[in-house]
Design a binder for this molecule. Structure first.
Ligand code: SF4
Ligand code: SF4
Ligand code: FES
Length: 535
């Protein structure tokens, strides 16, 4: 593999790599605004300038500069090396590059910073990007000097509504064109453009259009400064108070890798943003997924109920156990959930098959929605493959089959994980079943018709694994603690199992995973059920 030297450190690169890409891969940051690893090269901000040493025996590219000579007490014209943009210059074997170790580069970076801030309002105290703004970070690292310009700065449009999700402040914009390139190259919707030149440059919408494609929030995410802000997050939180969990998006079967940002002081989740995974989502997420974090707090089932009356979780578990004991195995329908983790589904299936003796399994989940060739899958569930996988070689039947079986009076009771039904028409038929025990995170058709509802923690409140449409199994990390009276579904299952006379011995997630790795962990035969009875 060819190599080059960056500040005397030998770094390998792949043919065609630019300096910044090879450095990025090696974990070395060359300051940059306009470059983004997932977008084309614009090379317009000049923050990434580096000094490239000439090959032995070749003259260096040099520029004449005018500088004050204190000895001569007049202007002199010494030479300085012509610096090159690291984001654009392709590497050659043996190349020597100076970044942090060049005084010319340091001076250039300070000058670029000063130029970018010349007309900037520097309104950091009211800017949502404060705390994660490149202008702030690079000012500290590469400039650290006070503003010298005393003229009135150029004023430009502020709070321009680009669409339902994005607001633009032209005075904060450094015209890096990342947002424009993202719309052109990734979202395939060239709705943004530049107008004017020099310090009158600003980003504008195509005539008659608004920024309303399914990937608008990514423009805010790729903006390195506070020029684009998301309507959803504006003025809601300061980022230095937030912590991040490494999650998997629950919006569809793509399973985009994400960071879930939450405030540990009030256990509130504030936003979802992409986490790089080249095998799944590269650098991106769609709007639906980025806004899906709201479901951690919205439409939730926080308390247990028995016959629609609020009660404690232990009391609801007691009642659920009594109901389940009274239903014959062949009269019990069990619904797994494509919305829940593999661990939850495994626990549920184990309880139903090994303790209750059930053999009629169905798979619930959200209805299909729009997909595309960029990221979004039509299957709006994060774990369809993982949930089906816990049933081994006999996959669970679709919910339409359950509706048909229920309408023929085949079942006396339902034990369900999740409240979603893929086809809402199913719900009417499901209501006609005598009793049902539902373990759910959110309100929905199954919860509405349930005899006992047990509140399950959402994906943000416990760690779990999910298998996406490509068959990649990924872990999503816990962010906040269980909200309300909820508990992870596998814990509720373990507590239910104890009431049915079997202790799985699951005290922590690792215990469930160990049981999963053993395959079908054996449960003592026999069940406390009264076969043939119904409640
Ligand atoms: S709005 Fe942001 S991403 Fe777009 S050109 Fe301006 S600084 Fe760059
Ligand atoms: S494509 Fe699917 S998984 Fe990815 S962010 Fe959108 S909804 Fe979430
Ligand atoms: S990163 Fe902007 S010019 Fe290279």
């Amino acid at each position: 593999m060819p190599t080059f030297k960056l500040d005397d450190k030998e770094i390998p690169f792949e043919p065609g790599d630019t300096i910044i890409r090879a450095a990025h891969r090696a974990g070395i940051d060359i300051p940059h605004y306009c470059w983004h690893p997932g977008l084309s090269v614009a090379a317009n901000c000049r923050m990434c300038l580096v000094e490239v040493l000439p090959p032995p025996g070749r003259p260096a590219l040099a520029l004449a500069v005018l500088a004050w000579g204190p000895e001569k007490k007049e202007y002199v014209d010494p030479k300085k090396p012509k610096l090159q943009p690291a984001c654009q210059l392709a590497l050659a074997d043996g190349m020597e590059v100076r970044s942090e170790s060049s005084e010319h580069v340091a001076r250039a970076r300070a000058a670029v910073q000063e130029l970018l801030l010349l007309n900037h309002p520097v309104d950091c105290p009211i800017c949502d990007q404060a705390g994660e703004c490149r202008l702030q970070d690079y000012w500290l690292e590469h400039q650290s000097s006070a503003k010298r310009m005393r003229d009135e700065p150029v004023h430009k449009p502020k709070a321009v509504v680009f669409g339902p999700t994005i607001v633009y402040d032209a005075e904060r914009c450094i015209v890096c064109t990342r947002c424009i390139r993202f719309c052109d190259e990734v979202a395939k919707d060239p709705v943004l453009a530049l107008r004017e030149r020099g310090n009158l440059n600003e980003v504008v919408l195509a005539p008659g259009r608004s920024l309303d494609n399914p990937y608008t929030l990514m423009t805010e995410y790729v903006c390195p400064v506070g020029a684009l802000t998301a309507v959803d997050f504006r003025f809601k939180a300061r980022v230095w108070f937030l912590r991040s969990a490494r999650t998997v998006c629950q919006g569809c079967a793509t399973g985009c890798n994400a960071f879930l940002d939450y405030d540990p002081r009030n256990e509130e989740v504030y936003r979802h943003r992409p986490r790089e995974n080249m095998a799944v989502n590269k650098y991106w997420m769609c709007d639906d997924g980025m806004l899906d974090y709201r479901r951690v707090h919205e439409g939730r089932v926080f308390e247990a109920t028995v016959e629609k009356e609020a009660t404690t979780v232990p009391a609801a578990l007691d009642r659920a156990a009594r109901i389940l004991k009274s239903i014959a195995p062949d009269r019990l329908a069990v619904v797994l959930s494509a919305q829940h983790s593999i661990e939850d589904n495994f626990a549920f299936r184990k309880l139903a098959r090994d303790i209750l003796g059930a053999s009629n399994f169905y798979l619930g989940g959200k209805p299909a929605g729009p997909g595309d060739l960029i990221l979004r899958e039509a299957d709006k569930n994060p774990n369809t493959r993982g949930a089906a996988g816990v049933c081994g070689s006999v996959p669970p039947a679709p919910m339409q089959d359950l509706a048909a079986a229920v309408s023929m009076g085949r079942f006396s009771g339902i034990l369900a994980l999740g409240s979603e039904t893929k086809d809402l028409a199913d719900a009417g038929a499901i209501k006609s079943v005598g009793v049902s025990v539902v373990v759910a995170t959110h309100d929905g058709p199954l919860v509405k018709s349930a005899t006992v509802v047990l509140p399950a923690s959402s994906w943000a409140e416990y760690t779990g694994t999910y298998t996406n449409a490509k068959g990649i199994t990924q872990e999503s990390e816990q962010a906040v603690g269980p909200l309300g009276s909820s508990r992870p579904a596998w814990k509720l299952v373990a507590a239910l199992a104890v009431r049915l006379g079997h202790d799985f011995g699951w005290r922590k997630l690792g215990d469930v995973r160990e049981a999963m790795s053993r395959g079908s962990a054996s449960v003592p035969p026999g069940s406390p059920r009264a076969v043939g009875a119904s409640s």
